[in-house]
Design a protein around this ligand. Sequence first.
Ligand SMILES: [Zn+2]
Length: 466
Amino acid sequence: MNSLSLDDFEARALDTLSTYGAIPCLSPMFDAQWDQNGHIEAAVQLLASWARTIKLAHFDVAIERLEGRTPVLVVTVEATAPSSGTVVLYGHLDKQPPLGDWSDGLDPFVPVRRGNRVYARGVADDGYATFSALLALEELEGRGVKHARCVVLIEASEESGSPDLEFHLDALKERLGDVELMICLDSGALTYDRLWVTTSLRGIVVADVTVSVLTQGQHSGSASGVVPSSFRILRQLLERIEDATTGDVKLTELHSTIPLAHQEAARAIAVEFGDVIARELPTLEGVELMGDSASDRILRRTWAPTLSVTGMGGIPSPEIAGNVLRPFTRAVLSLRLPPTVDAMKAADAVVRALSTDVPSHAVVEVSVSAADGWMSPPLAPWLAAALEVASLDAFGRAPGFTGEGGSIPFLASLAKRYPHVQFVATGVLGPQSNAHGIDEMLDLPMAVGVTNAVATVVAAHAKKEV
Ligand SMILES: [Zn+2]
């Protein structure tokens, strides 16, 4: 019944998607001069021009702007079914930075096709979303299948934690209307053989902490043994957050109970796919992973609070390291939170742990940002049935349901804004898609499958109204 083929997708989308792949439209967090540099502008113009070519009966393409904020692309498609509700299809056009050197023959901003895969930064996370969302609707109208009013919303600050989105959502309140179904095309997949629906996302706290002990560095021969090392004090402070032996996070505010259904789902995935998490990681030979079983690792990745030190300052690189007792040590801490933990409370606990009763009365400065995780509300019966049909039709297999270890802060804020909305968070980010890493890749058949599945779900939504 689905008729969008790989050939169709290529013919309609691939040129523009490749042009998009060449634009270094980094998210504002990675390009402070994004406004002057104009790459985000180039990307939103490109996608808007493409959107204007879509074959739909009644639609409007707008680039919405707010002072000092990144723009959003809003494509409003009028209903062909008698329905008052709105379906929002979400994606983003801002990108992560390249991260490092890409493998031979690949370049973050020179799209390369190998077989049915396209490599370039941002093509999978999340450039394909505009194309999938609109081609799904084009597909429906082309076949005379009815749909509700749809708003395709493509933002440009997602990789910075969506700081601009709330303001746009406020401004777009009227246009969005009564949102009944939210399809987020920015999530992951465990395999490329079925539609994967995300059941939860972790929250996040990012803490930037500096421990200072001196106004200037001193000869370590004269100061060590007398002035406490800022690195040692940082270690002590980190030990309050994470057990250095086990890697377990100690702060109770960062823990929650894993719902039984999610534990069972993890076990079922482990039975079907084996140690799917371990398999996808480029772990060095001999390194022992955390977690004691495949299902445990799935749960650890999606429900465990964790600490990663993602940046350090005040420490010279090894080539220029002198024998100095350094004046300060700075670290950026990235803490992933269980989906149901209150991120603000967690952030407060982290700040308390880092700044209360500091050893040797060293001077500590901490700044934090936090975003809640998200747990999918129970699926309405019509939606559960629609997802089943959508995956079977598009892939020949039933859909998979799993949590994701990353965060999409906007889902949590949307869930608060529209408490009764039904969510489908899905995407193309499967094995080797390398979103955020080097060699990002879009699997084209997966993009086609997701597009067709979206069409089925949007059609089913319109039917349940009548
Ligand atoms: Zn993304």
